[in-house]
Design a protein around this ligand. Structure first.
Ligand SMILES: NC(=O)C1=CN([C@@H]2O[C@H](COP(=O)(O)OP(=O)(O)OC[C@H]3O[C@@H](n4cnc5c(N)ncnc54)[C@H](O)[C@@H]3O)[C@@H](O)[C@H]2O)C=CC1
Ligand SMILES: CCCCCC(=O)/C=C/C=C\C/C=C\C/C=C\CCCC(=O)O
Length: 152
């Protein structure tokens, strides 16, 4: 939030863009990553809450979220040894039939696209070496429906 204070137009800054990095683990209920997944769900929710009107109008700061799937960085090394619940290995094994560890250039291409084209509050998926997919409408529909249920 210190960066926001520095960037915000209504306090003398120039506006700008914040890209928060969530993960597919913040979208899916992976039994093998409950703590990491919880933190990534929090990143997404934090971003969507921050990006809500009138934040952008006041500050000129876009808040965008990228959800990468497994990507070949150091983070993915030795994942097997860091699993909390060993019975969850089954879920990883079945996932490996339908998901690949994508290359770093795929994640970078996604980042470049959302920096160029992403609206405030937009959410993007980059996985399996496929072109980036925008998730904003789906995520907001889901959150807006849940919010309605909380109203009297
Ligand atoms: N690699 C993957 O499969 C995925 C990664 N992500 C997310 O992408 C982000 C980047 O991860 P990777 O590049 O994959 O990991 P990485 O392990 O290759 O890089 C992480 C970087 O963060 C730095 N770092 C760690 N703790 C820090 C701290 N307290 N203060 C400052 N710097 C710190 C490390 O020195 C390292 O350079 C993370 O938020 C990760 O959760 C999301 C989805 C998939
Ligand atoms: C420390 C946690 C790193 C988590 C990285 C992340 O954010 C998201 C990961 C999502 C799933 C990763 C789980 C397993 C990998 C699944 C399939 C790829 C296997 C392909 C293979 O070559 O074996």
């Amino acid at each position: 939030m210190k960066a926001v204070r520095h960037m915000r137009k209504d306090e003398g800054g120039e506006g700008g863009t914040i890209v928060n990095i969530s993960s597919t683990a913040g979208l899916c209920k992976y039994t093998f990553l409950p703590i990491y997944g919880g933190s990534k769900g929090a990143v997404l929710h934090f971003s969507q809450s921050l990006a809500r009107e009138p934040f952008y109008d006041n500050t000129g700061i876009r808040v965008i979220t990228l959800c990468p799937g497994p990507t070949a960085t150091k983070l993915m090394e030795g994942l097997d040894n860091r699993i909390v619940e060993t019975s969850s290995m089954k879920q990883i094994q079945s996932l490996s039939d339908v998901q690949i560890i994508q290359s770093i250039p795929s994640a970078v291409a996604a980042m470049m696209k959302l920096l160029k084209e992403g609206d405030n509050g937009s959410v993007w998926l980059s996985a399996n070496d496929k072109p980036v997919v925008e998730l904003t409408e789906k995520i907001n529909k889901h959150l807006d429906e849940l919010e309605k249920l909380t109203l009297a």
